[in-house]
Design a binder for this molecule. Structure first.
Ligand SMILES: *Cc1c(COP(=O)(O)O)cnc(C)c1O
Length: 447
């Protein structure tokens, strides 16, 4: 291959709005949102070889992750670094367990915060630390959080050299467990307890990003969930589920994946794996009453609404950001989207009943998000009569939602040691009035 051809073949990241300059992975990661307001996607997906897919059952999660990521990087140094990132970030398992017959659960809650967001947050933290331009020294990550994102990001960056995290959360407005997960880490993580609402926290962070003088003095960045560096690592475990399906269960069929969805990052990551050649039959968009995407699949109209509060609250999203990535991946074709994605929404009563029935029938304890995925898989199987293996993504450990789950199953949910530990550590937070000047002063003083 001549050198101009190899330049042509490089993968670049482009905006869903198509009005931004193509850029590298590192640039896309550092920017988060593209300058034109769109979300980043690769200009083409690297299709992995038949040899890779046929031999996948012998690969580990980390080996799959490296094959998935390596095509985005050009130099040997970058490839070596991304290998280290993967080895360090993905040091926990994502086991596939069989519930009954053709129904499997992919447990994505074995990371430090007991939710699948650990995959994206841990990968991104290490990639950031290794790849970003350090001309301003230490990198400060600002995150406004209403609960879950904050703890995943905080744990993701915990102890990562050259980085510091400032979490802003609304005082008295997150659950006690979420607060413990955010405020007991110490080291390079600081929790700012803002006397205000989540919107106030978000406003403070936005003001900091728009403050040019501050940005000249400090290297501030975000770890927003729309970041491409949080999305790509979520594609790895789809392929790893396929590997386990073949190896552990001897099932060679193309699976259907049921994905409990809110902002649709997780499902979009599955589409990325499919575009890289993964054999898959279909994806199921399982939602709570925030049914924007199931409605779109029915009517063809994308009609965002204010979010509705539910017991699967990490999926309470009324305007899923990743929808524009899904449109782009299928070139805007509704027919193509419909042939690859089937969707259904469920209410809280159905979700509670599913937690109860699943426990009674199988002994398995599902959290409310996973239960929505199970409900959708059940309807899908009945409607299609499919005999295909169906993999439900379990996005959180049931102990994270113990109060809801215990009412249905009539017994205690065992709490994993890593969660219990943080419940016993003292809370450390910095209380602060909702005032930008104070926040700015704090950031500049704490170098
Ligand atoms: C974030 C989250 C979801 C929704 O994932 P999306 O990528 O936003 O669709 C589902 N379950 C849990 C437990 C989550 O934390």
């Amino acid at each position: 291959m001549s050198s101009s051809e190899s330049v042509m073949n490089r993968i670049r990241f482009i905006s869903t709005q198509s009005n931004s300059e193509p850029c590298t992975f590192t640039e896309a990661m550092t920017r988060g949102l593209a300058p034109d307001g769109g979300l980043y996607l690769p200009n083409r997906f690297p299709v992995l070889s038949g040899k890779f897919w046929n031999g996948i059952e012998d690969l580990s999660l980390q080996e799959i992750a490296y094959q998935f990521t390596e095509p985005y990087f050009e130099t040997d140094d970058q490839k070596k670094l991304i290998h280290e990132v993967i080895m360090d970030a993905l040091d926990f398992d994502a086991p596939l367990v069989r519930l009954h017959d053709n129904l499997y659960i992919l447990e994505l809650f074995h990371g430090p915060t007991l939710a699948f967001k650990d995959f994206g947050a841990r990968f991104m933290a290490r990639a950031y630390a290794g790849l970003h331009d350090r001309k301003h020294g230490e990198l400060t990550i600002l995150v406004a959080t209403s609960g879950d994102t904050g703890s995943a990001v905080a744990h993701g960056f915990f102890g990562v050299e050259g980085t510091r995290v400032c979490l802003l959360y609304p005082s008295g407005k997150v659950s006690p467990l979420q607060e413990k997960q955010m405020t007991t880490l110490g080291k390079n993580i600081t929790a700012l307890e803002i006397e205000g609402t989540f919107d106030d926290c978000q406003k403070l962070v936005k003001q900091a990003f728009n403050d040019e003088d501050l940005r000249n003095k400090k290297n501030v960045s975000s770890a927003n969930s729309i970041n491409i560096a949080r999305l790509i690592p979520q594609s790895f475990y789809y392929a790893y589920a396929l590997a386990q399906l073949r190896k552990k269960f001897g099932n060679k069929h193309r699976p259907v994946f049921s994905v409990p969805s809110g902002n649709f990052g997780n499902l979009t990551a599955g589409l990325i794996a499919m575009k890289m050649g993964m054999p898959v039959s279909r994806f199921i968009a399982a939602t709570n009453r925030n049914d924007i995407v199931p409605n779109f699949l029915k009517s063809g109209n994308f009609d965002p609404k204010p979010s509705i509060q539910t017991i699967s609250n990490a999926m309470d999203v009324g305007n899923p950001s990743n929808f524009e990535r899904i449109l782009k991946i299928f070139n805007g074709s509704i027919d193509e989207i419909r042939s690859n994605i089937w969707g259904k929404s469920f209410n809280d009563d159905q979700t509670r009943k599913c937690i109860k029935d699943t426990f009674q029938n199988t002994g398995y304890i599902a959290d409310p998000h996973t239960a929505v995925g199970l409900l959708a898989s059940d309807v899908y199987m009945k409607q299609t009569g499919d005999e295909l293996p169906l993999v439900v993504l379990s996005t959180a450990h049931p102990a994270k939602f113990g109060d809801i789950v215990e009412k249905e199953i009539g017994q205690k949910v065992p709490v994993p040691a890593r969660l219990e530990e943080c419940m016993n550590r003292p809370k450390q937070s910095v209380k602060m009035k909702n005032n930008y000047d104070l926040f700015r002063e704090y950031l500049l003083a704490n170098n």
